[in-house]
Each structure stands twice: as structure tokens, then as C-alpha cells.
Design a binder for this molecule. Sequence first.
Ligand code: C2O
Ligand code: CU
Ligand code: CU
Length: 524
Amino acid sequence: MRGKMKVIVNIILIGVVLLFATGYRFNSQYANNGMRGHMSGPNVSNFGRHHRDESHMGRNGSSRNDNNFDSFSGRGSMHHTNVPRFEEIKGENNKLKLPEILEPDFERENEVSYTLKTQTGETQLKEGKKTATMGYNGSYLGPILKMRKGQTVHIKTENNLSEETTFHWHGLKIPSDVDGGPHSPVEPNQAAQINFEVNQEAATLWFHPHALGTTAEQVYYGLAGLIYVEDEQTDRLDLPKEYGVNDFPLILQDRNLDENNQLDYERAYNPDGVYGSTLLVNGTLNPYVEVKNEKVRLRLVNGSNARNYQLALNNQTSFYQIASDGGFLEEPFEMTSLVLAPGERAEIIIDLEDYPEGEAIQLVDGETTVLDIGVKGTTDVKKELPRKLNAIPVRETSDSLPVKKMTLAGMGYMVSIDGKQFDMDRIDMEETQGETAIWEIYNAPDMMGGMAHPFHVHGLQFKIISRDGKTPPLNEQGWKDTVLIEAGETVQLELEFPEKGIFMYHCHILEHEDVGMMGQVEVK
Ligand code: C2O
Ligand code: CU
Ligand code: CU
């Protein structure tokens, strides 16, 4: 009897292993859990990602074959993330589009007021047919909202979509009732007025929708914009700050444009993240800028649903990172390569002072050109980079705080935090306003290695204490709100919530967030 039982148990175990290995995701049980909201949704109920990839490629034409799918080179992520390579689209070189700086409805020294509206529209993303898109105050992406530390900000948010949305201010340290999480939907043809105070230092932040189950899709169609927080540091530091001249925002997004130049989210859908084979920067295909032979500042924003970038210069020379998610680094950090995960920002300086007129340099991600920078026009003005950019407080480590542990796990529809998926009626963590907390986040690998997750927390800027027990590199020692955690890695964060309320923390692979890789912390 016992021998027979053992055999049966073994058969069942082998069966389960095989089901996982062949890509079966046990989807049906999660497909209707409400996370995807009203969306008719991609029809993936019984098949894993690989099946969908094949059908997607098939419809895109047989010329796309396996060599367009490069195994992700990250540690142990072989099987999980078949990240499509970028396809080169030759012939079209476009001047980098620059988001407009939004004109305030009114502005006084201590107060500024804006109107921000979601809408649908059509955008020329690629030669040929226009693409049906979404945007803020325009057809694709959004304007830059400038605000100053100490200012009271009023924003009239208006939703002109035919579905609900929210207005989330990624990186702002504001109370949860104006943070724009899934608790604060704005229904179609409705408006909501929000007011808050800017209580944080200069930084490049961004905004995007955060409605329950539809974040990824709305971002994919174009809903994202920038916030520039400015303060005395901005005024004082002698850094490139002429917008569109030597200071450029670069919103990096990968998209799939079909044979009719359309973004078809459902067709591209993959619960482990939608990747695209076309790189757009501020919505520009193959972008270039022309600058003088001076120092140039790039404000990099990874606005992609799932893709990580590894940025470098094509001639392997170094550049300087000056800011991370939440503000300036202590000092400029010289580097030759920078990884940027979804949700993360970094400001870098490229020094072109010794470049002759007519020379060009490319910011690249592997083989792909992200931005072509041509030197046109000269200047004799040479500037030293400021040595000291910021003063970031260091905590007394003598106070031993309790370490709160959290585990990220799973893939596809199974992603979870501490074995749970998002439930708006459940509080997962509790913290006290103004008190320092230590979170230790472990990204548990699975039998296929696991995958990296960019972990983001709302309502604050945190600091990375350690990666696998080691002090992080200098460019990760500044203010952060999103941190990439590799499979098998443990990251410790030091957090202090400045405001009360219920805040989200989640994976910033937007499909993971929508599936439910998200929790809530209540700050009292
Ligand atoms: Cu960009 Cu909940 O975040
Ligand atoms: Cu956020
Ligand atoms: Cu994730």
C-alpha cells in the first residue's frame, strides 16, 4: 500500500513540475480575480507566455524568428524573460520630441495651479499611419509639471477617457488621499481637484495612471508625464539647465507597432511584462539632438512596462550620474554603464567639451542607439562639475531597529508578495509617520531561476542600506523610490513615511502590478 501511494505521489509531483516547465500558468484561477477590472483582457486563460509569443510573431510575419528573441542576460532569468531585441527601423531619424513645460493656470511665489487632462488621440510615431494613443493635454505622453519646494500645488485632474483612471505622482512625498493610487479613481468625464505641498528636494519625478488592473495598458498607450521639482539647490548648482539646449528629458519606452502602426496591448500582452521591439524616446523613433561642445544633462526616465536598460556611450567613455530617483547624489559619480529599471530615474552628465564640431556620440542600450547626440556649434565656456551636489543624512546605526521581512516570488499570474496578491481591503504592513523603518526584501528564485523585480514604494524616498549584505554602489546611495532586486537577492531599505494614510508598494513591471504583485502599508 505505502509503496503504491509513493508512486502516485511521485507521478503527481512530476506532473506538476512538467506543467510548470511547459509554461502552464494555472491562469484560469487568477484570470477572473477582478484585478484586470473591466478589461475584456488578453485571452491567455489556458496558455503560457511562449504560446502567445509564437502566435504574436506569426501574425507579425514569418520574417521575425527566434533570433529576435534574446535571452535576458541577467542572472538566472533565462527561461522567464525572452526579451525581444529592438528592431532597427532605418531611414527615419527624428529630432527628439520635447514635452512642453505646462503653463500654470496661475502661479504665485508659494502657489501654483495646473490642469491635467487625460485624452485619446492619434500620434505620428512612425512613418505611415498614425497610431491611436492616449496622452495628457495632448495625444501622447504629457507635459512637464514644474513645482518648487515649499509651494502649494493645485491640480485639476480631468478624465476624458472612456474608462476610469487615476493620477499617480510617482516619487512625491504627499498624503495618500492625493497620491492617486487605485483607491482614487477618476471616472470618465469626471474631474477631481487635488492640493498638496511640496516638501522635498529637487528631483525628476513622473506621473502615470494607477487604476486597478489597467495601469499597464494605459501607460502602454501613452499615459505618462514628468514632474520637475526645483529648489535652492537647482538655483545654486552650476549644472546644465537650459531646457532643450543642454538639459533634456528622455522617457524610454519600448513598444510594439503592428503592421498598421497600431499599439495593440492585448496582442502584445504577457503577464510577465509587455516588451516591445521598437524603442521610443519621448515618443520619438530614432531620435537625435544637436548640442554645442559643452556638458549635456540627460534626465533618464524608464517609462517602459517591463524592460530594463543598460545605458552606455558608444565609444565606451564615461559619464557622470548626478541624481537618482529622489534628488541629487552626494557628488557626481563617474561610470561607463548604468542600469535603469522600470520606474527608475537617473540624471547623467555627458561631457562634450573636447568634442570637435561635427562629431557625434550615441547613448546606447547594447546594440541599440537610444539617442544620437551631434555636436553642432561651439562655445568657449568650460565648466567644472560641482564636486558636492547634496548632503544626504546618514542614520546613526547604533539604534537597532526591527527588520521587517518581505518576500517577492513567482512569475506570470502567480507573482506575489509574501505569498499574497493585492487586496484593497487588506492592510499588509503598518508603519508610524516620521519613524524610521527597515524593510528587508528577498526576491525568491524558483526552479527556473526567477526574475528581477523593480520594487517601488509610494509616498516617500527611501535609502538602500545593502544588497546581499553589501553597501550599494555610490549611485545607489542617494534617494530612491524604486530598486531593482535580482532573483535570489536580498535588499535592505531604510524608509520613513512623512505622511499618514494607505500607500502602495509593488513591483514596477506594470503587468506584475496589475496581476497583484502589490501590497498596502498603512502609516499612522
Ligand atoms: Cu510608478 Cu505605484 O507607481
Ligand atoms: Cu509610485
Ligand atoms: Cu515583478
